[in-house]
Design a binder for this molecule. Structure first.
Ligand code: AVJ
Length: 327
């Protein structure tokens, strides 16, 4: 990996250009929108950490329950074929959940290489150090960058069968159609027999869903508003943060849980010299956190070229880790 200053600088510059284009595009359209993938700057990472610690935010606890208490079932699912394999994790972060699986595989002398992919080089180096300490026998090849770019690199490096992890309910941050294209694009990079394990947040009592995304302490609101602060800081913009308010919806029929910011007055914001007008009560569409039925998941697997090998749920049946095989 090239870490020279020049490359780092160019990467940063390229990132800022893409970020600016996405923001101007998104706020130039109707309805206005921003991409939730930009939530995660340093402050955003910290706020998401706080969200995961809230009693209302059940997703992390549920998937942790699966990886901690049903490790053997997960391993059985991905070990449906013999021989060494590459375990590729998309958006590995600190691998809080997958480290239970890694520990299990190492203890049982299962030959594999762990390839964590993440956009944050910082979190990857923390993770690599942590794993070196905890599981010194484990082969780790961290890849820093965007999902598919790094997946292509992982695939080109890989000589064995592949198991891909996509955890945390991150697939819910895509519209259904987009999620389907994502799975199909993943399938194209895999061989017949390879495994994809995806974490889906399930449809459940709508009160429980809505509460997870509209906490009374306002942490989720701060998490959304932080993107405006990030735009101010990184893109030379002048958002008045107090001029916007968080608003959350959940439609239990479609399973779409959507997050908006509402402009509290008619206002004008300058972003890198470009003027954006907001009407009173105009919305910015910030994030979708889609909830799925078993049927939704079955359809998505079949349509994108997989068959479902197994589904491992947490004890409340609120979240599922679905194990798919490429057909
Ligand atoms: C990290 C994408 C799974 O959508 O539940 C948490 C992000 N947004 N609270 C989710 C999030 C608001 C989270 N994911």
């Amino acid at each position: 990996m090239d870490t020279s200053t020049n490359t780092a600088f160019q990467t940063q510059k390229a990132f800022s250009e893409t970020f600016l284009n996405d923001v101007l595009d998104g706020l130039g359209g109707s309805p206005k929108r921003l991409f939730s993938k930009y939530f995660y700057d340093q402050a955003g990472d910290r706020l998401f950490q706080q969200i995961m610690e809230m009693p209302e935010y059940y997703l992390t606890d549920c998937e942790l329950d699966v990886f901690k208490n049903k490790t053997r079932d997960i391993a059985a699912g991905i070990l449906c074929q013999d021989g060494p394999f590459d375990l590729i994790e998309m958006g590995a972060g600190d691998a809080m959940k997958s480290s239970f699986l890694l520990e299990y595989l190492v203890k049982n002398n299962v030959d594999h290489t762990y390839i964590p992919i993440d956009i944050s080089g910082n979190i990857l180096s923390v993770l690599t150090d942590k794993l070196k300490d905890a599981l010194p026998q484990l082969k780790v090849v961290p890849l820093e960058g965007e999902y598919f770019e790094m997946l292509d690199r992982a695939v080109s490096l890989s000589g064995s069968r592949k198991v891909v992890l996509f955890l945390g309910g991150n697939i819910g941050n895509m519209e259904m159609e987009e999620a389907f294209h994502f799975c199909a694009a993943l399938r194209k990079r895999l061989d017949k027999g390879d495994i994809l394990l995806v974490g889906f947040d399930l449809k459940k009592n709508p009160h429980a869903v809505l509460k997870a995304y509209s906490d009374p302490a306002g942490i989720t609101a701060a998490f959304n508003l932080n993107l405006l602060s990030r735009i101010n800081r990184e893109l030379d913009a002048g958002f008045d943060i107090a001029g916007f308010e968080h608003y959350q919806t959940y439609d239990p029929v479609s399973g779409a849980c959507r997050s908006y910011l509402v402009s509290l007055c008619e206002q004008t914001v300058t972003i890198c010299g470009k003027i954006i007008n907001f009407e009173q009560s105009e919305l910015i569409d910030m994030e979708i956190s889609q909830k799925f039925s078993q049927q939704d998941i079955g359809r998505m697997a079949a349509d994108s070229g997989f068959r479902i090998l197994g589904e491992i749920n947490d004890s409340k049946n609120w979240f599922t880790d679905s194990i798919w095989q490429a057909v």
